[in-house]
Write a protein that binds this ligand. Structure first.
Ligand code: ADP
Ligand code: ZN
Length: 567
């Protein structure tokens, strides 16, 4: 393999300054660049906006200058390739891409320059890499010692546990198998423990050195509210906190995207829709307007966002629950890339829990897959239901303690601009354990109440009605029984005779809904969509019914809640 000899022209810091015009490396960039330039393999986990591109672009230049040849960058998105190659051209770096947008002649021209040693970086889509023609090109380069480095961007795409599985990524093992002496760097911004392990295995990166940056985004404030009237709540949030500012609103369905975008417009906001069902032209136009103009609110499905580098997105709102924490982190991470304060806001309710569970249950996937997906959803629900620091929970999910976060962020142009968030003399956030001071739960500690009694009454009602009538019933009916409302249906089934009838009269409907939602979230109950949305007991109900597991919940509505609140 080609070991880049140290020389002034190929010294990483010199390249950073002369080619890219930056004074210093950020965070772990210097260590990564040194390791990869010297021919080591690396697995880089760095949050969005952390500066992953330079981690392979600088080694690419250093290795090219040292005579080691071209760097091949695998990138999943055409738009992303175009942006990167454009930016490299502006910096005077010889870069090109090979993808489906090139006609035959253009592609041939790129291949000619590649073989002539005129390129420092070549970007290619994963599906192209495995073609015989492309493999032949790489063979030729390798035979002349001109294959310098493989960079695999968005490496989580190789894992079905990641949030954006792309089967073409599986074929990338060919790189390692065919040319084991060429160093590889794989990069991703999102990977929890399961996904990380999968990347290592799928791409055979067991020997690669891991570089894990802190995933904390100190300038992002996290807020999760109870979903009541999400459109009104969203409008209020934007009007109060971000009038005239750019933001992204994520919805689950295309229909909801269209409706919400229209509603926001009637309220005077400059809102645009984006989803895969729109014509390509309209999508491109809307994306361009969002990127170029100020104060555009993009209402979108998750089809929007990957590779969108707009620094001044001031808020990301979710009106529907994302799939899992990785998705939530990735989507909210598009806010505040300029380091200035930004908001991650989400409205979350009972129906979200029911829908997400149903989507997993109904998916055609195998049992193992469903189990992993359920585990991931549970972690997200725990975050949504949490009464303690959201940031700590979020970081913990990525295997990080908050104390580590304050230590590992070294350099701070990106952080220091987050004014007022921490000591101005320091570029590091100052966190107390369990307290970031910058999420809803830290800023306004929620009232917490001991809902054990209420939960047990609710669960035993579910049990009793089933015992008595042999079928399940919906949430509204169960609440009527508990609150002692003798509706026609209650009387018809004789449910006013059940021992828990009227035992929950002290609880408001909002409280009961909150308890129900959280019991579904913790796996004590499920809502069966195939049987008229009836509520059914799950094994998780047992310890609660037996009084072995206390249930402490966030108070839903401060005014109407039960009196036995504790802080
Ligand atoms: P990522 O791919 O990790 O999301 P990028 O590579 O797009 O991040 O970098 C994010 C932004 O930070 C870019 O505008 C980039 O030019 C800038 N950047 C990266 N490294 C540095 C550095 N060492 N000094 C200053 N700016 C940097
Ligand atoms: Zn907090």
């Amino acid at each position: 393999s080609c070991l880049a000899p140290p020389s002034t022209a190929s010294a990483p810091l010199a390249i950073l300054r002369e080619v890219f015009g930056y004074e210093h490396f950020r965070g772990q960039q210097a260590a990564i660049v040194d390791h990869v330039t010297a021919g080591g393999d690396a697995l880089v986990l760095m949050p969005t906006g952390g500066g992953k591109s330079l981690c392979y672009q600088i080694p690419a230049l250093a290795r090219q200058r040292a005579g080691c040849g071209v760097t091949l960058v695998i990138s999943p998105l055409i738009a992303l390739m175009h942006d990167q190659v454009g930016a490299l051209h502006e910096a005077g770096v010889a870069a090109a891409f090979l993808n489906s947008t090139l006609d035959w002649e253009q592609a041939e021209d790129v291949e000619r320059r590649l073989l002539a040693g005129q390129l420092t970086l070549l970007y290619a889509a994963p599906e192209r890499v495995a073609t015989p023609r492309f493999l032949g090109l790489l063979d030729t380069l390798h035979a002349h010692g001109q294959l310098g480095l493989f960079a695999i961007d968005e490496a989580h795409c190789v894992s079905q546990w990641g949030h954006d599985f792309r089967p073409e990524y599986r074929q990338l093992t060919v790189l390692h198998e065919r040319w084991p002496d060429v160093p590889r760097i794989a990069l991703t911004a999102t990977a929890d423990a399961v996904t990380r392990a999968d990347i290592v295995e799928r791409l055979q990166l067991q020997a690669a050195r891991p570089f894990v940056s802190s995933f904390d985004r100190p300038n992002i404030a996290y807020t999760i509210v109870d979903k009541k009237d999400p459109t009104r709540q969203l409008l209020q949030f934007i009007e109060d906190e971000h009038p005239g500012e750019a933001g992204i609103v994520y919805c689950q369905s295309r229909k909801r995207v269209d409706e919400l975008a229209a509603t926001l417009c009637t309220h005077g906001l400059d809102a645009l829709p984006y989803h895969a069902g729109l014509p390509a032209d309209e999508r491109r136009q809307n994306q361009d307007r969002f990127l170029r103009e100020d104060g555009v609110v993009m209402v979108a499905t998750i089809a929007f966002g990957m590779g969108i580098d707009k620094p001044d997105v001031r808020f990301v709102a979710h009106v529907d629950l994302p799939k899992n924490i990785e998705g939530y982190y990735q989507e909210t991470g598009r806010a505040g890339r300029d380091g200035l304060p930004a908001d991650a806001w989400m409205a979350y309710g009972l129906q979200d829990v029911v829908n997400q569970r149903r989507m997993i249950d109904d998916s055609p996937a195998g049992d193992e897959f469903k189990q992993v997906m359920r585990g991931k959803l549970d972690a997200l629900l725990a975050l949504a239901e949490a009464t303690d620091c959201r940031r700590e929970r979020l970081l913990a999910y990525f295997g990080e303690r908050m104390a580590d976060a304050s230590d590992s962020i070294a350099d701070g142009a990106y952080l220091a601009r987050a004014e007022g968030l921490f000591d101005p003399k320091s570029t590091r956030p100052r966190y107390r354990p369990g307290f970031c001071g910058h999420c809803d739960n830290c800023l306004h500690p929620p009232a917490v109440w001991d809902a054990t009694d209420c939960a047990r009454k609710l669960l035993s009602t579910v049990y009793r009605v089933h015992e008595m009538s042999g079928i399940g019933f919906g949430a509204g009916h169960l609440m009527d029984i508990l609150r002692g409302k003798s509706s026609d249906k209650v009387r018809q089934f004789g449910h006013d005779q059940i021992s828990t009838f009227g035992l929950g009269a002290e609880f408001s409907e909002a409280d009961l809904r909150g308890v129900l939602r959280q019991l579904i979230a913790v796996g004590a109950l499920r809502v069966d969509a195939e049987r008229f949305n009836t509520v059914q007991l799950l094994p998780g109900a047992r310890p609660i019914l037996r009084g072995e597991q206390p249930v402490r919940l966030r108070a839903v509505a401060a005014k109407s809640g039960p009196s036995r609140r504790t802080k």
